[in-house]
Write a protein that binds this ligand. Structure first.
Ligand code: ZN
Ligand code: ZN
Ligand code: ZN
Length: 374
């Protein structure tokens, strides 16, 4: 993640206030937020996660405090701008005990939320130092804030998606046969950056039998005629993630593959069409799954239909059979069914969709037709 996840001081002040209220409503005296997407969400910049403790303390009934190593203070003050005046910044020296500083700040607390990705080295020391304070996951409180995207956040997701679309269109126009998966993956990373990403996050290039492995790690396999290729690419732009998949075929597509792909394409489109407020996440999953099942490929669809996306590539809400949460305007998530025939081939189509009052808006706009490549 880059340092430019900021929306300006007014929005981050508001997020800090809402986090404080969220903590209070969940009977938490404070949230302890170490560098992570939650930290970037609240403060607008991504502090590095290091062995030296940086910890934002969002109290239910006091202004926020930021404990950080002295050498990280200039970066924090620069990134926070005028917001730095509203946060009590406690910079610790190399020989200080930052855990003791946090303990002083949360003195009197009974129940504290710790950021979900906080390193064990900090959680364990905090648990010992704060005993008998009850430590619980801060995740539900933070997710309540982050799961509904504002129009400004949707704009960033849209601009990340269009950069990924540009990279996908460019790679789809190149000759892929005779190149290794790894070469193509390197090229995609270049294209992601050229198209405006700050970070080229990932490039899955799964060719031939490898296309049956949804998270295949690109290797030295040479792409050749008759291969199906799953391309799943993304990165981040202004802090927000992109993630899109298209499937290509090298040369004249095998009719059997075309039949499989047609089912997948109908299923993916139907799941996108089903998006509207009030529909359960599980129903979006079921919509894609029913079509794939009825065509006889049910066993070959081996993952959930999608995941939320925002500052993280995978976040809530998850589009999975076990999640009956109703969709709301501002939910942003992938719709990415796949069909995988082990040892032979596979296909996936993935678009990011935002739920609006009027239904789903696809942020990825490239054609979902099978890409025919040379
Ligand atoms: Zn995935
Ligand atoms: Zn995805
Ligand atoms: Zn993906």
């Amino acid at each position: 993640m880059t340092n430019d996840a900021s929306f300006g001081p007014a929005i981050h002040r508001d997020r800090l206030e809402r986090a404080s209220a969220e903590a209070a409503s969940r009977d938490l005296d404070a949230l302890l937020i170490t560098p992570s997407p939650d930290y970037a969400y609240l403060l607008g910049y991504a502090a590095p996660a290091l062995e030296r403790l940086t910890c934002l303390i969002v109290a239910a009934d006091a202004p926020p405090a930021l404990v950080l190593p002295r050498l990280e203070e200039p970066l924090a003050r620069h990134a926070l701008g005028e917001l730095a005046n509203e946060i009590s910044i406690v910079a610790w020296e190399e020989t200080d005990d930052p855990i003791a500083l946090v303990r002083t700040i949360v003195d009197g607390a009974r129940r504290v939320g710790v950021q979900d990705q906080m390193w064990a080295r900090f959680v364990l020391r905090l648990r010992a130092a704060l005993d008998p304070v009850e430590l619980v996951a801060a995740g539900p409180a933070m997710s309540a804030l982050r799961r509904i995207k504002t129009p400004e956040e949707v704009d960033r997701l849209r601009s990340a998606a269009s950069a990924a679309d540009e990279a996908m269109a460019a790679i789809g126009a190149e000759r892929l046969s005779g190149r290794t998966e790894l070469d193509v993956a390197k090229r995609i990373r270049e294209l992601l950056l050229d198209a405006g990403h700050d970070v080229a996050g990932f490039a899955i290039v799964a060719s031939g039998p490898n296309s049956a492995s949804p998270h295949h790690e690109p290797g030295d396999r040479l792409i050749e005629r008759g291969d199906a290729i799953v391309l799943d690419i993304g990165g981040s732009r202004a802090g927000y993630a992109s993630d899109t998949s298209r499937t290509a075929f090298v040369g004249d597509p095998d009719p059997e593959f075309v039949a499989l792909y047609t089912v997948l394409r109908v299923a993916q489109a139907a799941a996108c069409e089903a998006v509207k407020p009030g529909v359960a996440c599980s129903e979006i999953d079921a919509t894609a799954r029913r079509i794939i099942d009825e065509a006889g490929y049910g066993e070959a669809f081996i993952h959930r239909t999608g995941h939320g996306i925002g500052l993280e590539t995978h976040e809530e809400p998850y589009i999975v059979a076990s999640n009956d949460e109703p969709l709301q305007p501002g939910h942003a998530f992938s719709v990415e069914p796949g069909i995988y025939v082990a040892g032979r081939w596979g296909a996936r189509i993935e678009d990011i969709v935002v739920c609006t009052e009027d239904g789903g808006e696809r942020l990825n706009t490239t054609s979902t037709e099978l890409l025919i490549v040379g």
